[in-house]
Design a binder for this molecule. Structure first.
Ligand SMILES: [Zn+2]
Ligand SMILES: [Zn+2]
Ligand SMILES: [Zn+2]
Length: 140
């Protein structure tokens, strides 16, 4: 399990320190994007600056991407095709107005056009609505 995470970090040119392994492990179990304070709350005994630095490193190395929402950054693990040169998280981020959670909708993305005569470095897609779970509940 830990060896798995170590390899994932090494593949993204990141030294697998114990804190990084813990944070990666935690984020890999999350379905929704979490804010810094939510991540801190999970690691109540850890130094807040260390957690913050871990997230910054992860973002630089293409391990996590951040989603800006109402002046808060939320973090979610990237897929394998992100690296320290580029992030490819050009998918929709969806905010549910009822449960107030943000999720990645990887099925909705802007496909790269190889013959484009311009260069895109970053695309942000953001939608608000009602998620599947909350819709189901509202129908009962
Ligand atoms: Zn990414
Ligand atoms: Zn919801
Ligand atoms: Zn995402």
């Amino acid at each position: 399990m830990n060896e798995d995470i170590e390899n994932k970090l090494l593949n993204k040119n990141t030294k697998p320190t114990s804190m990084r392994i813990l944070v990666y492990d935690f984020l890999s179990t999350q379905q929704v994007a979490l804010s810094l304070s939510e991540i801190e709350a999970h690691f109540a005994n850890a130094d807040r600056i260390t957690i913050y630095r871990t997230l910054k490193t992860f973002e630089e190395k293409g391990i996590i991407h951040s989603i800006q929402e109402n002046n808060t950054s939320r973090y979610k693990l990237c897929l394998d095709d992100c690296n320290e040169e580029t992030h490819k998280d050009w998918h929709l981020h969806f905010y549910c107005k009822i449960c107030k959670q943000t999720t990645c909708k990887e099925d909705y993305y802007i496909p790269a056009k190889p013959d484009a005569n311009f260069r895109i470095d970053e695309i942000r897609l953001f939608a608000k609505g009602i998620c599947e779970d909350c819709l189901d509940e509202s129908l009962q």
